[in-house]
Write a protein that binds this ligand. Sequence first.
Ligand code: PRP
Ligand code: URA
Length: 215
Amino acid sequence: MDKLENMSNVHVMDHPLVAHKLTILRDKNTSVKDFRELVSEIGMLITYEATRDLPLTTKMVETPICKAEEPTLAGKKVAVVPILRAGLGLVDGVLRMVPSARVGHIGMYRDEETLEPHVYFCKMPKDVAEREIMIVDPMLATGGSADAAITEMKKRGCTHIKLLVLVAVPEGINRVHSKHPDVEIYAGAVDSHLNEHGYIVPGLGDAGDRIFGTK
Ligand code: PRP
Ligand code: URA
């Protein structure tokens, strides 16, 4: 069982709503419909935390009472990048918080024996290198998929990358940290370990199958 080597750059949600919703996700009897809705809701809550450092400027508004100089987002451009397929479940939650974000898709499959990922599809907005990147995936297990997705984004010139996941384990966090110490990780929870099949324990099972009802 791996230990967390270092918690810098890891933000674990410390919020009763996230904890409550995650417990329902973990329950194997939760329906596909409820699972999908909860993934989206937690995605929204994690986005709230991951956008805490977005720069602000001010603008003049006229309230019913008087004119006032008030805060407004400085217009930093965001791209949300779901790792296919399960990452798609989080896109809606991010877009509800950041409606102007563009969406880039990265398709990845894992070799069933080695668990190593292979990129088979990557379609990004043209100006992706200028954007703040939020890679989304429900699970950070061995970290292979996240590592490959981050590497792919760096190849395209991206320099500001965050990784948003519902459940992580120390193995995955350590791998992302060691390869990409510049990337901030936002996780709904950090679980105990991986089992011999690469599944997170206790985890929530196969996130893609549960979101799309494919099992
Ligand atoms: C899951 C999950 C991550 C990956 C995490 O996807 O959504 O992408 O596993 O595992 P890792 O950290 O060990 O790389 P999966 O390969 O099951 O594909 P899916 O999204 O199509 O279900
Ligand atoms: N991928 C999943 O969907 N679940 C896990 O527990 C690990 C990898």
